[in-house]
Design a protein around this ligand. Structure first.
Ligand code: F6R
Length: 613
């Protein structure tokens, strides 16, 4: 959700902020705005639409300023328009504020301010918070820092905020609870603030992750961090490893395509130092002290949302099959509002690319309060979920900028597979020969993904034929069922075509009524124990004139004559098949969306990091 960026130091702030907003645009792209302290005091410029619209708005304006902050919005309160865009001035325009999150009790605060004669220009909760801070500042006699702290003590909800005032061109005040905020410590006492490290990485590798309930006060080149109760805390400076190239398109038309093509490397990175097939060794360093607990656990509960939930469904099959541990996979958003039964010895695995998903974070807190041991499988280092869990394993897929998750999914599945294999070995539920075979096959996955990627042109041709389809059905069985769900999700989110995934055998219980000559059906029909059954399902579709695109194992000579199109993928052990079978579905969705002229990296209504409920 919304992206925040701010700068104070010796550079021109406006270009730093605008460039940062472009890097953060994947978090929200309804509107964008900046606040600067130029020759005319505290000035706010904002515009509905993308950051380029804001750039046009700024043309010819006085933008000279060594302090500035900017925001790219994903609308929560109020439609996306110029007025609701951030930053927001306070009532007397003494300060401006940007905000990511939701102030749940904003209506009560607004009522109190209305009674005092305040008026509001926008429909946002953010403007209410800005006015509230200013009101305290004007009436309590303390500093702006005091006013921010006192206001936040009253606030219910989630926030990452940055505040700039007209009275101090060296001061930025930032705070977080539930929404991420990173501080970059640059050269010559300059500081950067951002929702994640991507806008900061080209200036400095030294970052501080602000914790919940902390307020950062940057003033005259110094940084101080205090808690909401005004006790000072000592920040820990992390060195980030991210390289600039990792957050640029590198010659690809879209981040999504780049990220799909990065998978041979990202899958290899998620195994690096963890899988050594020749020595028969497997280890997840971050879980070393917890592995016995995992192997002894009587039940695993996996929580996640969207694509991460699909990776959890794949893991369910693998854990149950190899480690014989019962697994339940839950949408984090449902789990958090039930009264889930967590027993002693249960392990909860939270999966999240961003590590910031609000529902997953809340589900973790609930599971923790019930005494569960929580593991995290996150991509973003230092993210809130990574820090909220007892132990975990990073997926090391590298920054994922395209809103539709691709390489994060295969990296999650890789890490979860390693986890299940290690648990199975400790538990003694896997034979040595199968264990060794799976390690060897795991190491072969990057090369096999490379082979699938070579079919991109063929997939593009198929995409061309189905560009204007109105609906799609995706079918798969066993481990390929979650892949079918993931394929359908990819297609709907970036092409806006309605698509549904089903276990292949479920089709006859209802969805088969939809089949006719206008219905494309993507079937993952790889050679495994359910191959014959899936072939029967394909025949049921063909008998009703459905058009079948089958994902087949190389060398399959039966299916080409039976279906309309085949996409061959290399043979691999069925436990590892999702790592291969997901790839052609990502490409199919990508090419269809491009041919329909969609904004693939920033599909409508979506945002990369879902930090609100
Ligand atoms: C789909 C997609 C979303 C995310 C979901 C969870 O392509 O990206 O469904 O998977 O919002 O996000 P994370 O993994 O960051 O918790």
């Amino acid at each position: 959700m919304c992206g925040i960026v701010a700068y104070v130091g010796h550079r021109e702030a406006c270009p730093v902020v605008i460039k940062g907003l472009k890097r953060l645009e994947y978090r929200g792209y309804d509107s964008a705005g900046v606040a600067l302290m130029n020759g005319h005091g505290l000035k706010v410029y904002k515009k509905k639409g993308k950051v380029v619209a804001l750039e046009r708005e700024l043309e010819g304006k006085e933008t000279h300023s060594t302090i500035g902050m900017g925001h790219t919005r994903w609308a929560t309160h109020g439609e996306p328009n110029d007025v609701n865009a951030h930053p927001h001035y306070s009532f007397h325009r003494k300060l401006a504020i940007i905000h990511n999150g939701i102030i749940e009790n904003y209506a009560a605060i607004k009522q109190a301010l209305l009674k005092k004669g305040h008026t509001f220009t926008s429909e946002t909760d953010t403007e209410v918070l800005g006015q509230f801070i200013e009101d305290i500042w004007e009436n309590n006699g303390g500093t702006l820092e005091d006013a921010v702290r006192l206001a936040l003590q009253e606030v219910v909800g989630a926030y990452a905020i940055v505040v700039m005032s007209e009275t101090d061109s060296t001061q930025l005040i930032a705070a977080r609870k539930g929404s991420p905020l990173v501080i970059g410590v640059g050269e010559e006492n300059e500081f950067f603030l951002a929702s994640d490290a991507t806008p900061i990485v080209e200036y400095t590798k030294d970052v501080i992750y602000l914790n919940d309930y902390e307020i950062a006060v940057i003033k005259e080149g110094d940084l101080k961090i205090v808690n909401l109760d005004n006790t000072t805390t000592t920040p820990y400076v992390h060195k980030i490893e991210m390289e600039l190239a990792a957050i640029e398109k590198g010659g690809y038309d879209h981040f999504m395509l780049k990220e799909i093509f990065e998978q041979p490397r990202s899958i290899a990175d998620s195994m690096r130092g963890r899988v050594q097939a020749d020595a028969g060794i497997l280890q997840l360093g971050g879980l070393r002290d917890y592995m016995d607990k995992l192997a002894r656990s009587e039940r695993i509960v996996i929580i996640g949302c969207g694509t991460s939930w699909h990776a959890g469904l794949v893991a369910e099959y693998i854990f149950e099959e190899l480690a014989r541990i019962p697994v339940e996979v839950e949408y984090a958003s449902e789990f958090r509002y039930r009264n889930p039964i967590i027993k002693e010895g249960d392990i909860v695995i939270a999966i999240s690319q961003s590590g910031e998903t609000a529902d997953t974070l809340a589900a973790i807190e609930l599971a923790k309060s019930k005494g569960a041991t929580i593991f995290g499988v996150c991509n973003v280092v230092g993210s809130s979920i990574a820090r909220a869990t007892d132990a975990g394993a990073y997926t090391h897929a590298g920054p994922e900028i395209g809103v539709a998750s691709t390489k994060a999914f295969t990296a999650q599945v890789t890490v979860l597979t390693i986890m299940a294999l290690e648990a199975a070995q400790r538990k003694g539920t896997i034979s040595e020969s199968l264990f060794r075979q799976l390690l060897v096959e795991l190491e072969s996955i990057p090369a096999k993904v490379e082979m699938v990627l070579q079919a991109a042109d063929k997939i593009k041709e198929i995409a061309y034929i189905f560009t204007y389809a109105r609906n799609f059905i995706y079918l798969g069985r066993g481990l390929n069922f979650p892949v079918a769900l993931e394929g359908a999700l990819k297609l709907k989110e970036i092409s806006y075509i309605h698509a549904e995934g089903y276990p292949a055998a479920e089709m006859k219980h209802g969805p088969i009524a939809l089949i006719d000559e206008d219905m494309p059906v993507v079937v993952i029909a790889t050679k495994d124990s359910s191959y014959e059954k899936v072939v029967s399902n394909i025949q049921e579709v063909k008998a009703r004139k459905g058009r079948v695109i089958a994902i087949t194992t190389e060398g399959d000579t039966d299916l080409p004559g039976m279906v309309d199109f085949t996409i061959e993928i290399p043979k691999v052990h069925s436990m590892l098949m999702p790592l291969i079978s997901a790839i052609p579905l990502q490409l199919l969705a990508y090419y269809i969306a491009v041919m329909r002229g969609r904004n693939v990296d920033q599909p409508r209504n979506l945002a990369k990091s879902v930090t609100v409920e």
